[in-house]
Ligand binder design. Structure first.
Ligand SMILES: NC(=O)c1ccc[n+]([C@@H]2O[C@H](COP(=O)([O-])OP(=O)(O)OC[C@H]3O[C@@H](n4cnc5c(N)ncnc54)[C@H](O)[C@@H]3O)[C@@H](O)[C@H]2O)c1
Length: 324
């Protein structure tokens, strides 16, 4: 079961700015941790959709046995959707910025936050690839950080914590203590490393997967089978570097030197991706992407995905405990 009571290290009041894919889910994560959450978006429709998505996600956690129905109901009650930035920020101890990945939009929002958020509030950006510290006004810099999550964050526990050039040490200490206390796995990076760790590794995998489709004519099913049946179990158990210890580092050194395949420079476009997007095959929300989802309701597809992820996570927790 996830922690549902407010911890002593917790934040009583959290503002989540942006109610999209990540915003609604981060509102739920923080509400489950006992925080009162004000979820703000400039689009009223996004707030409506977020309420529905929060309800679905909470129900999935109950269905999977991760949380009790009462905890789900209490968490939903702790989330208030608001249409004015002022009321989102009024009492916030933690402000989570998770609006559209656009530097202009984020810069304007950080300026408004600097003017309106309580003086001691921490401001944490969930940006994937931008440098938010270049967008944050000077007055906010000591309390600004990156707390970057992986979707869906109510299932995946990794949080990248990154200081900016002027971030005070207590800011990351407090975020790290809080997220650990609620069962998350924060990793603290010394400075902004583009793509953090997991996104950078994932970007390399995505590039090579697209290259296999575009340049070698390999089918999406084959790429995904190779990942599932060949890489994924070992990655889950050992990561990549511990796995290398078991392979033997001399072999690794030889394969570096004797490659039959040298990755070419990064690609900026993929013909396969361009073709799918032009056909409106943009992924699960459109009913089709690399695969065809046969017109199934995306909410149902997300539910199935989440239930399977949660089952895997439970099995993984047991295995990790049993092997120390
Ligand atoms: N989607 C992911 O898997 C993922 C994972 C980790 C981090 N992120 C990061 O999270 C952030 C949000 O991504 P997302 O996928 O949730 O985007 P999204 O497009 O699903 O949602 C963004 C929301 O921000 C709102 N918005 C835009 N400008 C605003 C403003 N000025 N004030 C208030 N709301 C505003 C939009 O109306 C929209 O509802 C991005 O920085 C992204 O890089 C995304």
């Amino acid at each position: 079961m996830q922690e549902t009571e407010k911890t002593t290290t917790g934040f009583a009041s959290v503002a989540v700015l942006g109610a999209g894919t990540m915003g609604h889910a981060l509102a739920l994560v923080h509400a489950l941790a006992g925080c009162v959450v004000r979820l703000y978006d400039r689009e009223p429709r996004a707030l409506e959709r977020a309420r529905r998505l929060v309800a679905h996600a909470a129900a999935t956690l109950v269905e999977a046995g991760e949380i009790a129905p009462e905890a789900a109901a209490a968490a939903r009650d702790r989330i208030e959707t608001v249409r004015e930035l002022e009321s989102a920020l009024a009492a916030a101890e933690l402000v989570i910025e998770t609006v559209t990945e656009d530097p202009g939009i984020k810069k304007d929002l950080f300026r408004d936050v600097a003017e309106r958020a309580p003086a001691g509030a921490i401001v944490a950006s969930n940006t994937s690839y931008l440098d938010p510290f270049a967008l944050v006004p000077e007055a906010l810099q000591p309390r600004a950080a990156i707390a970057h999550w992986y979707t869906p964050p109510y299932v995946l526990d990794l949080v990248d914590l990154v200081p900016g050039p002027a971030t005070e040490a207590w800011v990351l200490d407090r975020l790290e203590t809080f997220y650990r206390a609620i069962g998350k796995h924060p990793v603290r990076l010394p400075r902004l490393i583009p793509g953090y760790v997991a996104n950078r590794l994932q970007a390399a995998l995505t590039r090579e997967a697209l290259r296999l489709l575009d340049e070698e004519g390999i089918a999406p099913e084959v790429v995904d089978t190779a990942i599932r049946e060949g890489l994924a179990l070992r990655l889950l158990l050992q990561g990549q570097l511990e796995k290398a210890d078991f392979t033997g580092l001399e072999l690794l050194a030889r394969t570096l030197a004797n490659r039959s395949y040298t990755p070419p420079p990064p690609i900026e476009r993929s013909p396969t991706l361009d073709r799918l997007i032009a056909q409106g095959r943009t992924g699960v929300l459109a009913g089709r992407g690399f695969y065809d989802y046969g017109g199934r309701d995306p909410a149902e597809l997300f539910r199935e995905r989440d239930l399977r992820l949660l089952a895997l996570k439970r099995a993984w927790r047991r295995i990790a405990r049993s092997t120390g």
